[in-house]
Design a protein. Structure first.
Length: 166
């Protein structure tokens, strides 16, 4: 099963190219390790579709992991998170995230919009009120379960706490 999931991750890496943090789809299944009661939520992540910008071009233009992106004060949507668990050692500093069905629909819609918006579009992800990443999206992500690679300074435990505050 692990080899099958690892193979799925490798085949989908081309769908999302990240600046700093990458979002990788593992499967459309809600079951398996880390799945929780469908009625319970562990918190939320926030997502918005935005675009790159030139440094200092506007007050909303901020540095996100080395790339300047417009990060508006409003316009983020909350995607419910059902569960979060530290990923296995093979994945490095990453977490397995399972979204609620509504959260998965929202993420699919946002990644569809980002993929269709062009090369300057970015999917901006906030957790606990802090912008965590801005990623270019080549194809929409589908499903409730994905692997999220974290920046080196953020542990899986800290991420999980931030999701709970989201």
């Amino acid at each position: 099963m692990l080899n099958e999931e690892a193979s799925s991750v490798r085949s989908l890496v081309g769908k999302v190219s990240g600046v700093g943090v990458a979002v990788l789809l593992l499967s459309g299944c809600a079951g398996g390790a880390g799945a929780a009661d469908p009625g319970a939520t562990a918190g939320a992540i926030e997502v918005a579709v935005s675009e790159t910008c030139a440094a200092d071009s506007a007050s909303e233009c901020v540095d996100v992991n080395g790339e300047y992106v417009v990060v508006p004060d409003a316009g983020f949507s909350r995607a419910g998170v059902e569960s979060v668990a530290a990923a296995g050692e093979e994945a490095g500093n990453a977490v397995d995230v399972t979204l609620t069905s509504e959260g998965a629909e929202l993420l699919e819609s946002a990644t569809t919009n980002a993929a269709q918006a062009g090369d300057d579009a970015r999917l901006v992800i906030k957790v606990g009120g802090e912008v965590l990443s801005a990623v270019a999206v080549a194809e929409p992500l589908e499903g409730e379960h994905f692997l999220l690679a974290l920046p080196p300074e953020l542990s899986a435990e800290e991420f999980t706490e931030r999701v709970g505050r989201g």
